[in-house]
Ligand binder design. Structure first.
Ligand SMILES: Nc1ncnc2c1ncn2[C@@H]1O[C@H](COP(=O)(O)OP(=O)(O)OP(=O)(O)O)[C@@H](O)[C@H]1O
Length: 604
C-alpha cells in the first residue's frame, strides 16, 4: 500500500549487479561483435612483442628478418583498424543498452501510477532517467573492455613463463601488491559513487521543485535563499568528489611505486638470464615489452572506476525498478449499469492515521453523486479510489459487483473516466489534449466534448484552433480545467460507465459552472453514466441526486443537498458563490426549481 513517508526502497548492490548484467545483454549483437573484435585486439597486443623479439633475433642472427618484420607491420595495421571498429561497436552497444534501460525505466515509472510521484520527486526521477541511465548503459562496453583488458596482461604472464620461468615467477611474486591496490580502490570507489549520485539527484529534485514554484519564489523575493537551498547538497558533492580524487590519488601513488619496482625486478632477472645465455637478446626485448604489458593488469583500476560508477548509477535505477508496479487482474468488465460500491474501505495517510476509515458507500448506477466535505476530509482520496488510481489499505471497491483490482487494465481505464482540478494537458495540440485517451477521438467528438465543457469558443479563437500547439498558447487555470473536462467527457462518452470529477469547477466562474452542471445532470452524452463529483460548490451539490458528506474519516451524512443544508457543519464545507445574474440559457437554468436551492446555498 502507498506510504509517502516510506520513500524508495534501497535496491542494494546485488540488484544493481543484476541490472548491470541485464543491461549488458540488452546491447544485443553489438556486444558480441565488440567482444570478438576486442579479443582480436587483445590477441594482437599479446603476440606483438614476440614478433618484435623474433625480428630482432633474426636481424642479429642474419636470418630472414623480412618475414618477421612484415608480420609485425601487418599486426600493427590490423591493430589500428580493429581499434577503430572496437570503439564504434562499443558506442553502438552503449546506445542500445541505454535506450533499453530508459525505455524499461520510463515504462516502469508510468506503470507505478500516481504512486511514482509519491515515492520519488520529479527532479530525482529525471536525474535517474537521464544521467544515471546513460552511465549505467555504458556498462556493456566497460565490462567487455575490462574483461578484454585482462587478456594481454594474462597472455603476457604466460609469455614471460615461456621465455623464462624465472621471469614469470618474479612477476607473480610482486603481483599481489598490485592487486591489493586495485581491490582497495574498487571498494572505496563504489561507496563514494553511490553517495555522489544520491547528492546529485537531490540537487535535481530541488531544482524541479524550485521551477514549479517559481511564481511563489519570485513573489516572495526569496531567490537567493532558494539558490542556496537548491545547491545545498553541493558541499556533500564536493566532499564525495574529493573522496574520489583521494582514492584515485592513493591508487596512482601506490601504483606508481609498485609497478616500476615490479618491472625493474623482472628486467633485472631477464638481464641475469641474458648474461647466462639462457635467453636471447630478442627474448630480452620481448620480456621488457611483456612485463609492461603484464603490469597493464593495473588498468583494472580505470575499468574498476568505470564499473563502480556504473554500479552506483545502476543502484539508483534498480531502486525505482524495485518498486512494484500497479498490477491489474484479467477480468473483463461485467455486464451492469455502473454501480460503484465502497465496502469497508480504509486508507491510511503517511503517518499511519486513517484518512478514510471503514467507509461503506454505494453510488447508485447512473446517479450523479456529489462528494462534499471540508478541506482535507478525504474527498480526493475517495475519488482516487473510485477509478483505482489508489488502492485501499483495507476493504474493497467494486464496479458492478466486481472488485476493481480484478479488472483488466484496459477495461478499467475505459470504464471510468477522470477529470481533475488541475489537469495537466498532454499531447501537442488542443485536439490531442482533448482526444487523449485509450481510443483515439475524431475531430467531431473532440469539438462536441469541448463545446459541452465550454472550451470550444476560446479554442476556436486560437491562431490555429484545435491544431494550436499547447506550448504556444498560455491558458488560464479555468481554461485548462475546461480542456481537462472535455477530455474526461470524450473518454466517458466512448465506452465509459463511470465519470469521476475531482473539483473540476474550482477555477470556473459561476455561469460556466452552472452550464457544466447542467451538462452533468442533463440527458446528453453523460446520461446514464455514474458520476462521482467532488465539489466545494453548493450549486453542484444542489443538482446531485445524492450528496455524500465526508467528515472525520467517514461519511457524516448522505442525502439531498437541501436536507443536509440545515446542518451548519455541512454548510461549512462550501465556498461562498456569487449569485448568478444574466440572461439566456445559463440564467434560465439558475432560475429553475432546482437552482432555487442553489441560490439559497449561495446566499448562505
Ligand atoms: N494517496 C494517498 N494515500 C494516503 N493519504 C493520502 C493520499 N492522498 C492524500 N492523502 C491524505 O488524505 C488527506 C485528505 O486529502 P484529500 O486530498 O482527499 O482531501 P480533500 O478533502 O480532497 O481536500 P481539499 O478539499 O482541500 O482538496 C490529506 O491529509 C492527505 O495528506
Amino acid at each position: 500500500m502507498d506510504r509517502r513517508a516510506a520513500g524508495p526502497r534501497p535496491a542494494g548492490r546485488p540488484a544493481a549487479d543484476r541490472l548491470l548484467l541485464t543491461t549488458t545483454r540488452a546491447g544485443g549483437p553489438w556486444v558480441a561483435a565488440m567482444m570478438a573484435v576486442s579479443l582480436l585486439l587483445a590477441g594482437i597486443y599479446t603476440v606483438l612483442p614476440a614478433l618484435m623479439g623474433r625480428t630482432v633475433d633474426a636481424v642479429l642472427d642474419g636470418g630472414d628478418f623480412a618475414l618477421w618484420l612484415g608480420l609485425s607491420v601487418a599486426a600493427v595495421c590490423v591493430l589500428m583498424a580493429a581499434d577503430t571498429l572496437d570503439d564504434f561497436m562499443g558506442k553502438m552497444a552503449e546506445a542500445r543498452s541505454t535506450a533499453w534501460l530508459r525505455h524499461t525505466l520510463l515504462g516502469h515509472v508510468l506503470r507505478l501510477g500516481p504512486r511514482a510521484a509519491r515515492r520519488f520527486t520529479a527532479g530525482d526521477l529525471v536525474s535517474r532517467l537521464v544521467g544515471n541511465s546513460a552511465r549505467t548503459g555504458q556498462v556493456a562496453s566497460t565490462l567487455v573492455w575490462a574483461l578484454m583488458d585482462l587478456v594481454p596482461p594474462l597472455g603476457a604472464i604466460v609469455a614471460l613463463a615461456l621465455i623464462d620461468p624465472w621471469l614469470c615467477l618474479t612477476f607473480l611474486v610482486g603481483l599481489p601488491v598490485v592487486l591489493a591496490v586495485v581491490r582497495t580502490f574498487i571498494r572505496d570507489a563504489s561507496g563514494i559513487n553511490e553517495r555522489y549520485f544520491d547528492a546529485q539527484g537531490q540537487v535535481a529534485a530541488r531544482l524541479v521543485d524550485a521551477l514549479s514554484g517559481i511564481r511563489t519564489i519570485t513573489a516572495a523575493g526569496t531567490v537567493d535563499r532558494e539558490v542556496r537551498r537548491v545547491l545545498g547538497p553541493l558541499p556533500e558533492l564536493r566532499r564525495h568528489g574529493y573522496g574520489m580524487w583521494g582514492a584515485l590519488a592513493r591508487v596512482s601513488s601506490r601504483e606508481a611505486l609498485a609497478i616500476p619496482l615490479l618491472e625493474v625486478a623482472v628486467l633485472a632477472v631477464a638481464g641475469l638470464e641474458l648474461a647466462r645465455g639462457r635467453i636471447t637478446p630478442g627474448q630480452m626485448l620481448a620480456a621488457a615489452e611483456y612485463v609492461v604489458l603484464a603490469t597493464g593488469i593495473s588498468s583494472l583500476v580505470a575499468s574498476a572506476n568505470r564499473l563502480a560508477l556504473a554500479r552506483g548509477t545502476a543502484g539508483r535505477v534498480a531502486e525505482v525498478l524495485a518498486e512494484p508496479p500497479m498490477t491489474y487482474g484479467g477480468e473483463p468488465l461485467p455486464e451492469g449499469p455502473g454501480r460503484l460500491e465502497f465496502r469497508g474501505v480504509t486508507v491510511r495517510g503517511p503517518d499511519g492515521a486513517a484518512v478514510l476509515e471503514n467507509l461503506w458507500l454505494t453510488v447508485p448506477a447512473g446517479a450523479l453523486v456529489a462528494v462534499a466535505g471540508r478541506s482535507g476530509s478525504g474527498k480526493s482520496v475517495l475519488a482516487a479510489l473510485g477509478g483505482r488510481l489508489l488502492d485501499p489499505d483495507e476493504g474493497e471497491v467494486l464496479l458492478d459487483g466486481l472488485p476493481l483490482r480484478l479488472l483488466d487494465r484496459h477495461a478499467l481505464r475505459q470504464a471510468v473516466a477522470y477529470g481533475f482540478e488541475r489537469p495537466v494537458l498532454l499531447g501537442e495540440t488542443f485536439a490531442d489534449a482533448i482526444g487523449f485517451g485509450p481510443a483515439p477521438a475524431g475531430p467531431d467528438e473532440v469539438a462536441r466534448a469541448a463545446t459541452a465543457a465550454r472550451a470550444d469558443a476560446f479554442i476556436r479563437r486560437m491562431p490555429e484552433g484545435y491544431g494550436t500547439r499547447l506550448a504556444d498558447a498560455p491558458i488560464s487555470g479555468g481554461e485548462a480545467q475546461r480542456v481537462g473536462l472535455a477530455r474526461a467527457f470524450v473518454q466517458s462518452g466512448q465506452r465509459g460507465r463511470g465519470l469521476v470529477l475531482d473539483d473540476v469547477a474550482a477555477s470556473l466562474d459561476t455561469v460556466t459552472e452552472h452550464h457544466i452542471s447542467r451538462i452533468l445532470t442533463g440527458t446528453g452524452a453523460l446520461a446514464g453514466r455514474t458520476r462521482l463529483v467532488v465539489t466545494h460548490r453548493a450549486s453542484t451539490a444542489a443538482r446531485a441526486d445524492l450528496v455524500v458528506w465526508l467528515d472525520a474519516g467517514g461519511v457524516r451524512g448522505q442525502g439531498r443537498h437541501r436536507d443536509l443544508w440545515a446542518d451548519p457543519g455541512y454548510r461549512a464545507a462550501f465556498q461562498p458563490e456569487a449569485p448568478v445574474t444574466g440572461t439566456g440559457t445559463d440564467a434560465a437554468a439558475v432560475g429553475s426549481g432546482e437552482a432555487t436551492g442553489v441560490r439559497t446555498g449561495e446566499r448562505a
